[in-house]
Design a protein around this ligand. Structure first.
Ligand code: HEM
Length: 543
């Protein structure tokens, strides 16, 4: 029965793709030849080593070109700021792809990530104020608590004062889960305490498992739309990776409901708030409280609020741990920069007589900010995102483009149904914006006096970078993420020195970028970690 439905889904999928392919007028742009009759260039650009194709294609075909999608479908790949700005600021014409919406809805439920149109607007209207600067500032103490716990646990792993090889990815992933747990869901997963619960395991396994079943996710839009029906149907299929994936989403769903019930009782005053679990200032508590005050016609349903919790954990975990790992990896080969950062942090504390850096100081120490900006420019955790055109339209271009037929165009016609992939990586390294040294790690560029106006043309919600997207669907957690990075980095740099181990580290593409030791399947980032005495400048020995 399940197999029959799946085969029907597959049949409909193929028919739809073939019709779509013939219905679209041919595009006029250059682009790489197809690498496969079935997957076109998608197998190249979305493979683990996909970033080398992103770089190669951008270099060869420029800021906008066409690629081959599934079964001959033609898609656009672009790093052109004018085109991307037109797409991201026009959420009615350019929506998330059907595959994205369906898989987000299947995994996460009816939350922000899987929502579209007026539903998305409604959710965003309710949630935007909760992510305001003043609310995020209130999370500084909770984040510091998690960062201190991470520091103490790491210190416990070290052999005396000599450098010890530690898989920092493991620790930073746990910290990221606890940070989003406490600040986002108001729930301590105790991932740093090494209490592996069903939930921490599920959250850790979600993205790798999703990657391993990505073929089936393409078929989901062609199955009957009911969420419970789709989940039941997929449960019947005898595929171990799929079974594991469904168990993961069931565990996440169940925990989200349990946490929601507790939070709701706390917000309604029927249960005492645990100070260690966000102290009532976490995103979920604020969302539940706002929802209780909302009028019946604007209030969100319980399912929508529960789905927000899964959304936050899904969107905020691997992105944050990836950014933290990149920063420590970059610093591990730059002992002098580490020393300058440490000095900046300690001096800022001393100057203000603070035991811990507060929100305002974290945002005013220039070198820490510049290092975060430069890491997130050069190594964005999310390297691309896409949209599908819902109507025939034109994409404006930053400058005139010569097509293969010799015509000069200033905009590209896009037919309804065309998917456009936007390259964060390409925009963040565009030499016409960032200069000839765009591929170099140079944090100084963020503190130099003459701020280039060219950066102003980048569609952005943070620091003229596309790293957090732009427009009405941009990252809602951008301030949250930056605060997490600064709190964790300032805490760790004050207590430890980090150095490279000599292992060759490769970053591979799944939904976000993740580090691996070359030749190893499981993600990991080994670094040499050495303890230094907290808060003392003279103790800094560079090895
Ligand atoms: C360095 C860390 C992060 C990066 C690089 C990042 C990046 C992004 C990007 C690029 C998007 C937009 C995707 C698109 O337009 O298709 C996005 C969306 C989103 N992010 Fe983040 N993110 C990060 C951390 C976080 C955190 C910590 C949270 C939660 C507290 C979060 C919650 C979300 C949500 C809910 C969305 C969907 C927004 C919507 O559809 O309206 N993100 N993120």
């Amino acid at each position: 029965m399940a197999l029959a439905f799946l085969l029907l889904g597959l049949g409909l999928f193929i028919i739809y793709k073939v019709i779509k392919c013939y219905a679209l007028p041919p595009l006029i742009l250059a682009g790489p030849p197809s690498a496969s009759m079935i997957t076109g260039n998608l197998g190249q650009i979305f493979s683990a080593g996909g970033m080398k194709y992103h770089g190669r294609f951008l270099e060869e075909y420029g800021r906008i070109f066409q690629i081959h999608g599934l079964l001959g479908d033609v898609q656009i790949f672009t790093s052109d700021c004018a085109a991307i700005s037109a797409i991201l600021n026009n959420a009615e014409t350019f929506t998330h792809t059907e595959e994205y919406e369906n898989i987000a809805h299947l995994i996460l439920g009816p939350g922000l990530i899987g929502a579209k149109g007026p539903q998305h607007k409604r959710l965003r209207k309710m949630l935007n104020p909760i992510f305001s600067t003043s609310n995020i500032r209130e999370l500084t103490g909770s984040f510091r608590g998690i960062a201190n716990k991470l520091r103490d646990r790491l210190a416990g792993q070290l052999e005396n004062d000599s450098p010890t090889k530690i898989n920092v990815l493991d620790w930073l992933s746990r910290a990221a889960l606890d940070l989003i747990g406490v600040g986002g869901a108001g729930y301590d997963f105790h991932a740093i305490d090494e209490e592996e619960s069903n939930y921490t395991k599920a959250a850790k396994d979600l993205l790798p498992t999703l990657t391993s079943i990505s073929a089936i996710t393409l078929l989901i839009p062609y199955l009957p739309p009911s969420l419970s029906f789709r989940r039941r149907l997929l449960h019947w299929l005898p595929w171990p990776a799929l079974r594991k994936f469904l168990d993961i989403i069931d565990t996440m769903d169940m925990t989200a409901w349990e946490v929601y019930e507790v939070k709701r009782r706390q917000v309604l005053g029927k249960e005492v708030v645990d100070q260690k679990e966000g102290g009532g200032k976490d995103v979920m508590s604020l969302a539940i409280a706002a929802n209780e005050r909302a009028s019946p016609d604007t209030a969100l349903a319980h399912e929508e609020l529960v789905a927000q919790m899964s959304d936050l954990i899904f969107a905020g975990q691997d992105t944050t741990s990836g950014a933290l790992c990149r920063t420590l990896q970059v610093l591990s080969t730059r002992p002098e920069l580490q020393r300058r950062l440490r000095t900046e942090i300690i001096e800022a504390k001393q100057a203000k007589g603070l035991a811990d850096l507060d929100y305002e100081t974290l945002n005013s120490v220039p070198l820490l900010s510049a290092v975060c900006q430069e890491v997130l420019r050069l190594y964005p955790p999310v390297t691309w995102f896409d949209r599908t055109a819902q109507a025939d339209t034109f994409l404006p271009l930053t400058s005139s483009l010569a097509t293969p037929s010799g015509k000069h165009i200033t905009s590209v016609p896009i037919s309804k149904g065309t998917t456009v992939i936007m390259s964060v990586f390409g925009v963040n390294r565009d030499k016409s914006i960032w200069g000839e040294d765009a591929d170099e790690f140079r944090p100084e560029r963020w503190v130099e006096k003459e701020r280039d106006e060219k950066r102003a043309r980048v569609p952005s919600v943070w620091s003229s970078l596309l790293t957090f997207g732009a427009g009405p669907m941009a990252c809602i957690g951008v301030r949250y993420a930056i605060l997490e990075l600064k709190v964790v980095l300032s805490t760790l740099l004050e207590s430890f020195e980090f150095a490279a181990t000599g292992d060759k580290i490769e970053w591979t593409l799944s939904f976000t970028m993740s580090p691996h030791v070359k030749g190893q399947d499981t993600p990991g980032l080994p670094l040499l970690v050495r303890r230094i005495e907290t808060g003392k400048l003279e103790d800094q020995v560079i090895y």
